[in-house]
Write a protein of this length. Structure first.
Length: 459
């Protein structure tokens, strides 16, 4: 939680951007694990509520009446039975005062406030993603959950995206701290990787560091020998000699996230074939550091990386033909089926719940939702100072995708399927870091750099 003035200023700016009406920002409630009293812990507050109202307690709703210049925090004070089990919790009025709000009321009075206003005032709310919030909106505003996405306020979405996209100095400092814990997570994994150790053991050690030094992981840790699976969860499989182990993990600290990926040889040394592919990913990863800067579209950086990757794969005989035409046809997506990166901040995929079409794209740079690979590009818009984006190129050899494309003859003029067939047992490689767009260029976040150059990670 930042100082009171941060939240006062943020709400004031939000009122200017939205201009009129009533803004409702719903905090999250505890989510039952398998019965009501056994909740997922700790509770994770909604990021936009946290951004403007700063409080982590469950069962809160913030209301901003722009036209009457009033701000409310709604919630129920806990009783003595709650205190017995959970300890002391400040009153809702105390929580409100901490973030510069003077008006509070019990949750039951929220409907009383809104009921006479819904017919002649615009009510702004963000697209809900939890079912209890959807039911609450239906009770308050009479909008069925199936219609809430389209009935939500685009004006509010754009205002929140505009504000949260550009990180304040204190937010950047928080991400830096999260990256330092991320460094410990990944270097621990690197030290443990050796034949015979299970994926689950290393994944658990990584998670334990996030729980010990931060609020926890920023997303479910990916640790797998099957790097060709984008979201491969740790299994009971033992690491095998000659394989590659991919670790994609991050933490959440002070409400901000880190997100890094490293790929290591299980035996401690790359084979020649592994090193050839790894070096391409390494070159693509480092290339971004030289070209990403304010005014450049991240979509252009993505396709520049795709061309560089395709050129290098052509040199290895895995691709062929004109590189520009190959990328235009989407042939590179055989090897890189996802985008170069995404926004990052309070959410590891920052604001993705507000829809990526509004977060990573705009009228100037609309998304391409039709082409395989490109349809998974999460960030394409023009970069601005203060943006934090991930830089995560990868090369993957996905047997099912190889078989599918080959059977269809898809991009056969650009892909050497005969040679590609011999890579079906390869797996995948990804290298990922968190990138801050600065005044004149960019830099990686985190004072400590997680090793990734071959000379640093080979034993």
């Amino acid at each position: 939680m930042f100082g009171k003035e941060t939240y006062i200023q943020r709400r004031a700016e939000l009122k200017k951007l939205v201009n009129s009406g009533i803004i409702i920002l719903f905090g999250n409630n505890e989510a039952p694990y398998n019965y009501p009293a056994n909740a997922y812990a700790p509770m994770r507050q909604d990021s936009s509520f946290l951004y403007y109202f700063g409080q982590h307690r469950d069962g809160l709703v913030g209301v901003i009446d722009i036209d009457n210049d009033e701000e409310w925090l709604f919630g129920d004070d806990i009783d003595v039975e709650d205190i017995v089990w959970m300890g002391f919790t400040p009153t809702v009025s105390d929580l409100a005062a901490e973030v510069g709000i003077t008006k509070t009321a019990p949750m039951k009075e929220l409907a009383t406030l809104l009921s006479p206003l819904t017919s002649h005032r615009q009510i702004h709310f963000l697209p809900p993603y939890r079912f209890d919030t959807k039911i609450q909106i239906m009770d308050l505003l009479g909008i069925h959950p199936s219609q809430q996405k389209e009935k939500g306020s685009l004006t509010l979405i754009k205002a929140v995206v505009k504000m949260r996209s550009t990180k304040e100095p204190q937010e950047i400092e928080a991400i830096e701290r999260a990256c330092e814990v991320g460094y410990k997570m990944h270097t621990t994994a690197q030290q443990l990787i050796r034949p015979g150790v299970t994926e689950r053991y290393i994944g658990g050690q990584v998670d334990g560091i996030a729980r010990s030094l931060a609020q926890g992981v920023s997303f479910a840790t990916i640790f797998t020998q099957h790097g060709e699976i984008m979201h491969g969860s740790p299994s009971d499989a033992k690491l095998e000699e000659g394989r590659l182990a991919l670790c994609d993990a991050g933490c959440e600290l002070d409400d901000y996230c880190s997100d890094h990926t490293r790929t290591m040889p299980v035996s401690g040394k790359f084979t020649q074939r592994q090193l050839e592919i790894y070096s391409i990913v390494e070159e693509c990863h480092d290339y971004v550091l030289n070209v990403a800067k304010p005014g450049v579209k991240y979509m252009d950086v993505h396709f520049a990386v795709c061309r560089l990757m395709s050129e290098r794969l052509k040199e290895l005989g895995l691709m062929k033909g004109d590189v520009d035409e190959a990328v235009k046809a989407g042939a590179h997506a055989m090897f890189l089926p996802h985008g170069l990166g995404h926004m990052m901040g309070m959410d590891v995929h920052d604001m993705e719940g507000l829809e990526q079409i509004h977060v990573g794209f705009n009228e100037e740079t609309p998304p391409n939702l039709e082409q395989f690979g490109t349809n998974c590009l999460r960030m394409g818009r023009r970069l601005e100072e203060g943006f934090v984006v991930t830089d995560e190129p990868g090369i993957y050899f996905i047997p099912a995708l190889i078989d599918d494309w080959r059977a269809k003859g898809h991009c056969k003029e650009f892909i050497n399927y005969e040679k590609l067939e011999t890579y079906k047992d390869f797996g995948g490689i990804r290298i990922e870091d968190d990138l801050l767009i600065t005044k004149d260029g960019c830099r990686f976040l985190g004072e400590s750099r997680i090793p990734y150059h071959p000379k640093e990670i080979q034993q």
